[in-house]
Design a binder for this molecule. Structure first.
Ligand SMILES: [Zn+2]
Length: 133
């Protein structure tokens, strides 16, 4: 098995943008849950979400948790994906004044922080403005 295949397999579900789709009413849940709040269904199938979306709201964080302190100010936004699912994530490479509600973004899997002397690196998704791509 190649390294990249193993790497992909080990990425937790939430990093693969995988939602749960209710078999009863097709409602999407991200992160997945056990019971559908729409129809009470308990059966779901995996649904790979679109990585395309738009900014619904955002806020600028000027005082961050310690592991992000070197990154402030940074932007956290709520992104609505094409599937209608919303997620909260950091916006990469953008200044607050470059962001606007409705701006098209693509979700990418990126390094989000580094911790301590051991240099433990955390990964997660970030939204990248499409016009920067
Ligand atoms: Zn349902």
């Amino acid at each position: 098995m190649s390294t990249s295949a193993r790497y992909t397999r080990e990425i937790p579900q939430r990093y693969r943008l995988e939602a749960a789709k209710c078999k009863g009413c097709s409602k999407l849940f991200f992160p997945p849950r056990l019971i559908c709040d729409e129809c009470g269904g308990k059966e779901f199938e995996p649904h790979r979400l679109s990585d395309k979306g738009k900014v619904v709201s955002y806020s600028v964080v000027r005082i961050g948790p310690s592991q992000f302190v070197e990154q402030v100010p940074y932007i956290v936004s709520v992104v609505e994906l094409e599937d209608g699912v919303r997620l909260t994530c950091q916006v990469a490479d953008a200044k607050p004044e470059e962001l606007e509600i409705g701006a098209p973004v693509t979700i990418e899997f990126r390094k989000i922080g580094e911790e301590g002397d051991a240099g433990i690196i955390h990964y997660g998704y970030k939204a990248v403005l499409d016009r920067f791509k």
